[in-house]
Design a protein around this ligand. Sequence first.
Ligand code: CNA
Length: 354
Amino acid sequence: MSTNEEPQKNENKITSEDTAESNLINAFENLKIDSTNENSPNENKIEPEEPLEAQPEPEPEISEEKFKEISQKKYEKFINLLKSNSFKKIVFMVGAGISTTSGIPDFRSKDGIFQKLKEKYKMERPEDVFELYKFYENPKFFNEFAREFLSKNYTPTKFHYFMSFLCHKNLVKYIFTQNIDCLEAKSIVDQQKVIYAHGNFLSAHCPRCKKDLDYYKFHNKFMKGTDVTCKKCNGPCKYNIVFYGEQLNKKYFSTHEDIKDADLAIICGTSLQVFPFSALPQEVGDECWRVVVDINKVRPNLFEYAEENSRDLYVGQKSDDFVDSVLKDCKWKFEFEKFVEDIKKKLGRHKYFR
Ligand code: CNA
């Protein structure tokens, strides 16, 4: 089934009861404005990078034991700086791995979304589901994926609440996320700090006319099974998920150069395979600590994990386990649990999330 939707201006239809909710509501309005992506230069379109296999890892120069010893020393230093609030301009750079414990698979793991799409549609190149020109040819694949995704009510992970907790401590400058699952919106009070680089499901537009749609009308029709098309150009409309071949969210371009003065970058759950996000860790200044948390040793050619005096630390833990270690080592566990309880009460009431 298909229907037309007139592109129109957004209206703020929500009222707020307290600061947390009003921050969130403002953030939704900002997201809608950010989503048009109209005037960004062409070279900033997102593209998958070469697959990991094509990038040879440098030969290990030290033993695994020595690597562990170096990493442990760096971790202890990192914890001392963190717990004494010495990092005041923290930047998060995160990807699908921070959401896997909520039940959302990542893209590239063995049982990831790409593998599932491959099997379901007998596709050679599952990335096609997120290619703009393929979407114009046949929006069915993405729309089915989106409907299934949205019908599951995914909830934030410990890592999401940890980012929120550090925002609450006023230690965070920005959170750059590649994720489209909106779990940052369900867990982070200060949405102004969040940059949804690859968009999300909280607004919608016509990719041809570049006009925003009335989100509520679009969403209701879409979730009832209608593939919405634009009244003006008849092209297929979609949520503001950034596809390959599309420009990144505008807010990304106004902020990514503003991280030169960051003092800590926590890079978590991303294989750093999608450009230009993959270049973000290089944008921080030379003095900035870079802590990479991932179950795989991500892009060892980009970081100096094994150098004793380098600013790069690799933590080979699951994202939520890393949070547990940090909370324990900083003695923040009790404070964190109380914080999460409060946030859940506040954000749980929001009409988007029932
Ligand atoms: P990716 O390429 O699938 O990489 C995920 C990374 O996370 C890998 O390096 C894994 O080793 C790592 N990982 C998996 N589980 C954990 C865990 N529990 N703890 C720590 N690390 C873990 O995904 P990227 O985010 O790098 O790629 C960018 C794409 C993926 C963006 O365009 C996203 O929109 C897209 N994506 C988003 C979601 C989501 O919104 N949750 C899910 C799947 C894909």
